[in-house]
Design a protein around this ligand. Sequence first.
Ligand code: SF4
Length: 358
Amino acid sequence: MKERKTEEKVAIFRNLFTGLLHTYGTYNPLSGRARQVKAPVTDRVFLDHLTGRQPYGVYLLIKDRTRAIAVDFDSENRLTVADFVGRAKHYGISAYVERSKSKGYHAWIFFEEQGVLAKKARLVMYHLIDEIGKPEVEIFPRQDMQNPGTPYGNFINAPLFGALVKQKKTVFIDLRSFAPYPDQWSLLESVERTNESALEEIIESNDLSSAAPPMVSCTNSQNSNGRYGLPICARKMLRDGVSQFQRSSCFRLAIHLKRLGLPCDMAISALKTWALKNRPINGRGIIRDSEIISQTSYAYNHPYSGYACQDAAIKPFCEPSCPVKLGRESNRTIRFGKIEQKKEDALQQSNAPVQQEY
Ligand code: SF4
């Protein structure tokens, strides 16, 4: 194994895992609570990460370009990530697999130094995922470009966090044995980068530019029957994000957006933007795009329309001045009449497609 000075390691790391230069992400290793840091990304930040003092998360998206993309496989199924790497290789793309900090794997692909359009990179990733049977994954960056609604995009924890390397986590692994490469730095020093023209070739030869966005499966696209508009609780949740019950919250918000008459695909877009504001507690991750699609589709494809004011995800955002509350208190019929509303609330409590919560 080649001996390297600390500065050399930092330089290799910086070369691969630099994104936004004035903002980065981190989390508390004890509580797992993630947060954003608005400060320059200096070598000190990298060093703290590599030595296990403070984790560093990279915001990969810079305007509409990215220098790397990561596909997050939440599953422990080795075959899936190996399949992905194989499909990438088929197209001449080198992917490098990192054992993630908690569960599953990250497949990293590195691009030429000036970066590539994130839209093209993401399109190609979706194609590869499609080819291996659409496993549940998340792609970082999660957007094609920064915009006023998502000025930072989202961060992904960088590999090689010192405190976890000892546990063989956050390290790059050899797919032949699924063991960590003995010399991580030699591997990283010699990564093969993919250029934009290679992505363009894949897009063109597979006619990807005209492909529909993946995995959207709503049928009931519009159902406008709102009487009170968007209630205060929903507006607060959409404005500030949530820190727990992300799946339930997503489902309830989708019902509100459906009631307003928003088409399903627009609701999904709005909820993806909403998810970026979420600050999950207890080390949990932000709700995945695939789960947003699933929850929203379920809300749109079933006859849910109630306010579910007693739902644990909604209650903390309730406002006494809400017309829905006042209407109920004055014993007025809201929509179906009290009995029907109770029935529907009970139905929602029991039938909602909410699985394990974030
Ligand atoms: S009463 Fe509270 S929980 Fe129910 S819709 Fe209004 S703000 Fe939301």
